[in-house]
Write a protein that binds this ligand. Structure first.
Ligand SMILES: [Zn+2]
Length: 74
């Protein structure tokens, strides 16, 4: 259930994840998530968050200020 609006229905969805981390802008395409049908709040699983983290670390290693990647599971 949605902890934002208390909506009961979450559907599986893929989204484009974008984050600004200091000077780095990271865009990850086709990220799996659950979306609340009522308020469109998105939820990511721990596993997905870890993969996002991993991709973000790679962007920093590459010193890529604008990093665009396709989502890949580890
Ligand atoms: Zn909601």
């Amino acid at each position: 259930m949605c902890s934002y609006c208390c909506g009961k229905e979450l559907k599986e969805f893929t989204t484009t994840y974008a984050a600004v981390l200091g000077k780095y802008t990271i865009i990850i395409k086709n990220v799996p998530c659950l979306e609340c049908v009522q308020c469109e709040e998105k939820y990511y699983s721990d596993e997905v968050m870890q993969n996002i983290e991993r991709i973000a670390t790679k962007a920093k290693e590459l010193n890529s200020e604008l990093f665009v990647a396709e989502y890949k599971a580890a």
